[in-house]
Design a protein around this ligand. Structure first.
Ligand code: TYD
Length: 155
């Protein structure tokens, strides 16, 4: 337990479908703090690094094209156990398999156009936050609602 930061990308499918505000609202309503937020146009270099584990897969060229179709919105979200919390909120990769109530389950019918990227563990979160944000773009402020979001011994 403890406050953690995690990286979320709102993918081009989310931008194209006019869902940026709605998806950010889901994270806000959950109680996560937005520590960083910006729009970025991704390119080959950053995608080959970000999806290094998928570079040899047949769907990789299509994945890259889909991730460059519009700018993405990068979010640095903070909360207790935020990495796991946000992965659970996103749901499994394929929107057709993701349960209703998860973001992918509610908004996606695709294994690729699946609304969000979310870091999958502490090491990845650290590397991905550094990949998408300069240190000064991650803002350390505290929400005045912390006492309503958590018990005092939870964070
Ligand atoms: P992956 O890291 O396996 O999943 P997740 O996003 O849930 O961490 O895959 C990264 C992205 O690659 C995934 O969000 C969508 C895309 N992708 C495909 O387009 N086709 C596929 O068959 C898979 C497994 C992933």
């Amino acid at each position: 337990m403890g406050l953690e930061k995690t990286l979320v990308l709102l993918k081009p499918c989310t931008v194209n479908r006019g869902l940026i505000g709605e998806i950010i609202g889901i994270f806000e309503k959950k109680g996560l703090r937005i520590a960083g937020m910006k729009m970025m146009q991704l390119d080959d270099a950053i995608l080959e690094e970000h999806y290094a584990h998928l570079v040899g897969r047949p769907f990789f060229p299509g994945l890259k094209r889909s991730m460059m179709a519009t700018p993405v919105v990068a979010l640095a979200l903070e909360g207790v156990d935020a990495i796991e919390v946000v992965r659970q909120m996103a749901g499994p990769t394929n929107g057709r398999k993701a349960l209703p109530g998860t973001i992918r389950g509610d908004y996606s019918v695709s294994g690729q156009q699946n609304i969000v990227h979310a870091s999958d563990g502490p090491e990845t979160a650290k590397a991905e936050l550094a990949r998408f944000f300069k240190p000064e773009e991650i803002l350390e402020y505290s929400l005045c609602t912390m006492g309503s979001l958590y018990a005092s011994d939870e964070y």
